[in-house]
Design a protein around this ligand. Structure first.
Ligand code: PLP
Length: 392
């Protein structure tokens, strides 16, 4: 049995994912964290700091900044500079700050949908407008597979002189999709033509499930198209998803242009705290020493993804077969006339999923398969009986 197979009692530590269903027999496969213990090297780094016994204010250590530079070079061939990094205690914050830095009242920010909900909400919250461009569904090559294209025609037609920002989720949550080289090029050309800023959230970029495909930061794709475009980018990322550190609260924005960076930092207006001392130490261990663990996690996740796809094929529900992330996006609209709200229906049958309505697509649900296989199998069996009952 591997460490990934162990079912731990996350209710003992008031896990958001598990508390939602405390006292109910519901397997929680909703919010995006993993039910796996972190890499032992990360746990050791935190333990060493606990043993030190002083938890006062802490600056990001120079060794951490160096680890960031090395990691970006090694993983993506991207040479970043230390002054480009703005540390953040969370990434939703970064999504909002990017809109605030790039858009004024009456201006708009693009998001493709379905989308991780903060992309749809941030423009309104920051006093600008959302330009929502739905993905175009395309029948996939695998049975039951659900694939999506960017609707470039609709995008081009919708952009106005007041459109300021392209928000990108790269790789995409909830679709688990990578953008092709051709799509990146086409988006880069649009950014140049319409003078757009780009906020690219790349938090899922080290969760490309085949373990070999290299992530291309959108800033690099832009640089290839036209080097000056890099000055219009804000790249948001962090270790929360890949290394399961969401509860530690740490991430970053990489902003090469000093003027844009100042606008972004000014937006914090002293309302935003620094990441905690434990978060810096955990991140340094993740960047330097957790690659073996990451590769093991990818193998486990890949098998869980395949299992999920097979089970959904048997249920007859169209679904994505994600290339990245640990989320499968499921089209359950067929069940709606019989069961009403599908998320609630599956909860009644013992499985807690995310409601597609929050991502802009009612009738869909998102399933997080980053859990021990025994739990996943049980949840998929419950879903199968729920679907059978609904279709009877
Ligand atoms: C694309 C994306 N960005 C940001 C976040 C959340 O980041 P944080 O918890 O650091 O605010 C998530 C969480 O699922 C996500 O999928």
């Amino acid at each position: 049995m591997s460490a990934f197979d162990q079912v731990s009692d996350r209710l003992a530590w008031s896990s958001t994912k598990w508390e939602k269903y405390r006292g109910r027999d519901v397997i929680p496969l909703w919010i995006a964290d993993m039910d796996f213990p972190v890499a032992p090297v990360i746990q050791e780094a935190i333990s060493a700091q606990v043993a030190h016994g002083n938890y006062g204010y802490m600056l990001p250590p120079q060794a951490l900044t160096q680890a960031m530079l090395d990691y970006h070079q090694r993983q993506y061939g991207w040479q970043i500079q230390s002054e480009w990094i703005v540390w953040l205690p969370g990434l939703v914050l970064g999504i909002n700050l990017a809109v605030k830095a790039c858009c004024e009242a009456g201006q708009s920010a693009i998001s493709f949908s379905p989308a991780y909900p903060p992309f749809l909400r941030a423009p309104g919250l920051q006093g600008s407008e959302l330009l929502n461009i739905p993905f175009l569904p395309r029948p996939g090559c695998l049975t039951g597979a659900l694939e999506y294209d960017i609707d470039f025609a609709r995008l081009e037609a919708a952009i106005t002189p007041d459109t300021r920002l392209l928000q990108l989720c790269h790789p995409h949550n909830p679709l688990g999709r990578l953008y092709t080289g051709a799509e990146l090029k086409r988006m880069a050309a649009l950014c140049e033509r319409f003078n757009l800023f780009i906020a690219s959230d790349e938090v899922h970029c080290d969760l490309i499930l085949d373990g070999v495909t290299k992530h291309v930061p959108f800033a690099l794709a832009l640089a290839e198209h036209a080097p000056q475009l890099v000055q219009r980018t804000i790249t948001i990322a962090g270790p929360g998803k890949t290394y399961n550190l969401a509860g530690l609260g740490i991430g970053w924005a990489i902003i090469p242009d000093p003027v844009l960076r100042t606008r972004f930092v000014d937006g914090m207006q002293k309302l935003v705290p620094d990441p905690s001392c434990f978060a810096y130490s955990a991140l340094q261990a993740a960047l330097n020493d957790a690659e073996d663990w990451r590769q093991e996690a990818l193998i486990y996740l890949r098998q869980n993804r395949d299992l999920t796809s097979q089970a959904l094929d048997q249920m007859g529900l169209p679904h994505t077969h994600p290339a990245a992330t640990y989320m499968t996006w499921i089209d359950a609209r067929e069940l709606v006339p019989k069961v009403g709200k599908v998320m609630v229906y599956f909860e009644k049958h013992g499985v807690g999923l995310s409601d597609g309505a929050d991502f802009g697509q009612p009738g869909f649900v998102r399933l997080n398969f980053a859990c021990p296989r025994s739990l996943l199998i049980k949840a998929l069996e419950r879903m199968q009986s729920a679907v059978t009952a609904a279709k009877a």
